[in-house]
Ligand binder design. Structure first.
Ligand code: FES
Length: 288
């Protein structure tokens, strides 16, 4: 099956992609760490959706337009669309690099292959643009180079799709979790009345784990698995009324689970609590 062959092909790139990816990851983390709000913007925290995925269709559409306009010999329009395609591809790349800093393992490996193909594509389209500018009368070479670029961007998009659809990168960890209207008894390691103030505490609710944080008389309950990449929020810290994930630092408001800081672009499921008969608590997922 072709998908298995391509997966093997991608995984066989480990020899160069792993050290290259780790190297890029290091300098990108150092680059983005001091400009966290800008990184949040590039992740798509403000949009509630990964920004990279939203932008990538733009250059693909524009480069498709370049092929059509070249075929119709609409030279000026083809060149203008090519410039827009290059600019939008550069924008998509910057957003992708922000997401890349939070990858690891197989996702980082494939994201490295994806990014390398896409940067090569960008160079190929730039070469096509230079040839168009340098030799406006004979466009054969420029058009051939553009077609090579289109083949490359298709391959890069395939690998990028794998990073999301096969490896689940930037997919909400709660995408398939049901609404759960039933009250279920909460299992706590410590008695509920001894819950420490402001300290994340793990509790079991049926097949789910929750994180509880007591603030004064109020006990807040969120799902324990971070929506971004599954980090354990019970090992996080409480900051400014939010719980901060120990893996990449996303913050969710304790009161409602709303996202306060990326790289997550999703809210965290919140749970309602009520006293259970015979002591302790029971909980159920709160409506959004
Ligand atoms: S797993 Fe990435 S911020 Fe929580």
């Amino acid at each position: 099956m072709i998908a298995r062959f391509l997966a093997r092909l991608m995984d066989s790139q480990t020899t160069w992609a792993q050290p290259f990816g780790d190297f890029n990851h290091r300098w990108l983390v150092a680059l983005f760490r001091p400009i966290r709000p800008a990184k949040d913007f590039l992740n798509g925290t403000w949009l509630g959706h990964p920004l990279h995925a939203a932008i990538t269709d733009v250059p693909v559409g524009l480069f498709t337009g370049v092929i059509l306009l070249d075929l119709l010999d609409q030279r000026g329009a083809a060149d203008a669309i090519l410039v827009l395609g290059i600019l939008s591809m550069a924008a998509a790349a910057v957003a992708g690099l922000a997401d890349y800093t939070d990858t690891d393992g197989a996702a980082r490996l494939r994201a490295t292959v994806h990014g390398t193909i896409m940067v090569s594509t960008l160079v190929v389209y730039l070469v096509s643009l230079v040839i168009r500018a340098g030799n406006p009368l004979d466009r054969t070479a420029a058009v051939i180079v553009s077609l090579i670029g289109y083949g490359l961007i298709t391959a890069g998009a395939y690998v990028g799709g794998d990073v999301v659809y096969v490896l689940g990168n930037m997919v909400s960890r709660h995408a398939f979790r049901g609404a759960g209207t039933k009250w279920i008894r909460l299992e706590l390691e410590t008695p509920s009345e001894d819950l420490p103030e402001g300290v994340p505490t793990k509790a079991k609710l049926g097949i789910n784990n929750l994180v509880l944080v007591r603030v004064g008389e109020t006990v807040h309950a969120l799902h324990e698995q971070c929506a971004h990449a599954g980090g354990p929020l019970s090992q996080g810290t409480v900051v400014d009324g939010c719980i901060e994930c120990p893996w990449h630092g996303s913050r969710y408001r304790l009161a409602n689970g709303h996202l306060a800081r990326g790289p997550s672009v999703y809210d965290q499921p919140r749970y309602e609590l009520r006293p259970a008969e015979g002591g302790g608590w029971e909980a159920r997922r709160a409506p959004r």
